[in-house]
Design a protein around this ligand. Structure first.
Ligand code: FHN
Length: 490
C-alpha cells in the first residue's frame, strides 16, 4: 500500500470503529461487572477490535437469551466426518500420526489432486442419520455439532459454491447434513455446524497452518501445492461466504456455529462473515472466528478441562474419546466410560458444556468402541441426568475431596447435587460437605430416592451414606436447602 492509501484505509477503519462503538451494547458480552473506564478496552487494556465491536453491536444484546438452551443442555456430540475417513490415517503405507486423522492431507503433504481422488472411494452406504441421532440422544446428549467443512476444504453437504462436496464428488450423491437435520428435528435434538473458515487446503487462497520443518513447502503460507495458492480474500468471497449462507439457509434451525483455527483472519475477513450469522438469529457461536478469538458467545478449551472453569464466561470443552478427531483405523486407545462420565460431571460442576467427539468411518458408521462408551454414559445419564442438565457451577470455592457439586435453584432455596465418585466414597459412612452451615436441609439418593440423615458439625454438614457406593462410577446425592446458602469458604 502507498502511504496515502494506508492513511485512507486507517481512516475508514477508525470511522467504522467509531460508528459501531456509538451503537454498541458494550455490556452485552461481559457478565462480570464492568467499570466505566474499561468500557472502551478489552481485559488486556487494548481497544476493542472492529470485529469485536461489530459482534457486540449485532449479537451482544441477544447473548443471554440465545444461550439459555445451551446452558441447560450441558452435553453435546461433536462429529468429525469427512473424506479423510477414506485414508483413515494412512498415506502410501505410512501411518500419519502427527495431529488427528482429519489432518492427513496437511501432515502427509498430499497433493490436492491426490487428495481429491479419495472422493471416488467415499461411499458411506451404511450412514443412517436416525441411528446417529439416536446414539447421541441415548447418551443423554442434547445437541450435535458436525463438521460441514474441515480444513481439507471438503464440504459435507450439497454446496453450489464448490463441486468439492459430498453430493457432487462422491458416488454416494447424498447430503448427510440434510438427512441429519431431518433426523434431529424428529428426535428433538439440536443441530450445529463446524466450519473451517480460514484453513482450506483445497480451494486456492485458503490458509494452511502448522508447517513442520524439513517438509516440502512452496511458500511462507505453509502451502505444499501450487493449486493452494491464491488470494485469501477471494477465497472468503467465493467459498466461505456462499457456503456459510447455504448452511445457515438450507438446513432449518442451526443451533450452534463452530468456527476453527482463525489463521490469517484479519478484521476485514472476519467482518465479511459475521453479518451472515444474522441469518440464524438464535444460533450460538464459538470464539474462533477472528484471529484474537474475541468474538462469539462461548470459549472453547480443547482436550482439557479448565481447573476452575472460566468464571464469568460460557465455555464448552471439546474432547476426543481416543487420540483423533477424524477416523484413524489404528487408534484403539479409548477413554473409559468412567473417565467420560467423570469428565462430564467435572465440567458441569465448573459451569461448562462437554462436546464429546466421534469420528465415523468412510462406510458411515460411528466406531463401535465409541458407541459402547456412549451407551454406558447414557445409562448413567438416565439416572443422574437431572443433576447435570440445567445446573450451574459448584458454589464451593475449593474442590470437594470426594467428587463434585452442581447447583440448581429451587422455589424455596437451592438444590445441591453432590456427585460422589466411587473411588472416593467415604468408608466410614459419613460424607462431609465442608463449610456448609445450613441447618434446614434434607438429603436423598437420586437413584431410588432413599432419604439420608444429615447432621451439622463443626466442619460442615455430614450426610449419612450407605456403606458402599450404589453406582459403579458416580453416585448423586440430592441435598435440598431451604433459604439462602450459607457456606463458610476455606
Ligand atoms: O485443527 C482442528 C482439529 O482438527 C479439530 O477440528 C479441533 C476440534 O476442536 N480443532 C482444531 C484444532 O484446534
Amino acid at each position: 500500500m502507498k502511504p496515502i492509501q494506508i492513511i485512507l484505509h486507517l481512516n475508514l477503519r477508525l470511522t467504522l470503529a467509531a460508528v459501531l462503538l456509538a451503537g454498541a451494547n458494550l455490556f452485552a458480552q461481559d457478565t462480570t461487572n464492568v467499570s466505566a473506564p474499561s468500557l472502551f478496552m478489552t481485559p488486556d487494556k487494548t481497544p476493542p477490535s472492529p470485529e469485536l465491536l461489530m459482534w457486540r453491536k449485532e449479537f451482544g444484546a441477544t447473548h443471554e437469551q440465545r444461550m439459555q438452551w445451551w446452558r441447560a443442555a450441558r452435553f453435546g456430540m461433536f462429529i468429525h466426518w469427512g473424506v479423510y475417513s477414506v485414508p483413515a490415517g494412512v498415506w502410501h503405507g505410512t501411518n500419519i500420526t502427527s495431529s488427528g486423522g482429519e489432518w492427513i492431507m496437511n501432515r502427509g503433504r498430499i497433493p490436492v489432486a491426490d487428495y481429491q481422488a479419495f472422493t471416488k472411494q467415499f461411499n458411506p452406504t451404511n450412514f443412517n442419520a436416525e441411528q446417529w441421532v439416536k446414539i447421541a440422544k441415548d447418551a443423554g446428549m442434547k445437541y450435535i455439532v458436525i463438521t460441514a467443512k474441515h480444513h481439507d476444504g471438503f464440504a459435507m453437504f450439497h454446496s453450489q459454491a464448490s463441486a468439492f462436496n459430498i453430493y457432487d464428488a462422491t458416488p454416494w450423491h447424498r447430503d448427510p447434513l440434510a438427512e441429519l437435520a431431518a433426523a434431529c428435528k424428529q428426535a428433538g435434538i439440536k443441530l450445529g455446524f463446524y466450519y473451517s473458515q480460514a484453513q482450506d487446503w483445497n480451494h486456492s487462497g485458503g490458509a494452511a497452518a502448522g508447517s513442520k520443518t524439513g517438509q516440502l513447502l512452496i511458500d511462507k503460507q505453509n502451502h505444499w501445492d501450487a493449486a493452494q495458492q491464491g488470494s485469501m480474500d477471494d477465497f472468503i468471497d467465493k467459498v466461505d461466504v456462499p457456503q456459510i449462507k447455504e448452511l445457515l439457509s438450507n438446513y432449518g434451525p442451526v443451533a450452534e456455529f463452530w468456527f476453527d483455527t482463525p489463521v490469517g483472519m484479519n478484521a476485514e475477513r472476519a467482518e465479511k462473515i459475521l453479518p451472515l450469522l444474522k441469518l440464524q438469529p438464535d444460533t450460538v457461536v464459538n470464539n474462533r472466528l477472528d484471529s484474537k478469538k474475541s468474538t462469539g458467545d462461548f470459549q472453547t478449551p480443547e482436550q482439557k478441562i479448565p481447573p476452575t472453569g472460566i468464571p464469568g464466561k460460557d465455555w464448552e470443552t471439546c474432547m476426543t474419546m481416543n487420540h483423533t478427531w477424524g477416523f484413524r483405523a489404528y487408534d484403539h486407545d479409548w477413554k473409559s466410560a468412567e473417565t467420560l462420565v467423570t469428565n462430564l460431571v467435572d465440567i458441569a460442576s465448573k459451569g461448562g458444556n462437554y462436546l464429546l467427539n466421534v469420528g465415523p468411518t468412510s462406510a458411515g458408521e460411528i466406531p463401535e468402541p465409541s458407541v459402547e462408551r456412549l451407551q454406558a454414559v447414557g445409562a448413567w445419564m438416565k439416572i443422574n441426568g437431572e443433576a447435570i442438565y440445567d445446573t450451574t457451577a459448584s458454589p464451593f470455592a475449593k474442590q470437594l475431596p470426594w467428587g463434585r457439586c452442581t447447583k440448581k435453584v429451587a422455589d424455596d432455596g437451592t438444590i445441591l447435587c453432590l456427585h460422589v465418585f466411587t473411588g472416593f466414597w467415604p468408608k466410614d459412612g459419613k460424607l462431609l460437605v465442608p463449610g456448609l452451615r445450613n441447618k434446614n436441609t434434607s438429603a436423598a439418593l437420586l437413584a431410588g430416592g432413599k432419604e439420608l440423615q444429615t447432621s451439622a458439625t463443626a466442619g460442615g454438614l455430614v450426610v449419612a451414606i450407605p456403606a458402599t457406593a450404589p453406582d459403579k462410577i458416580s453416585t448423586t446425592i440430592v441435598l435440598k436447602i431451604k433459604g439462602a446458602l450459607e457456606i463458610q469458604q476455606p
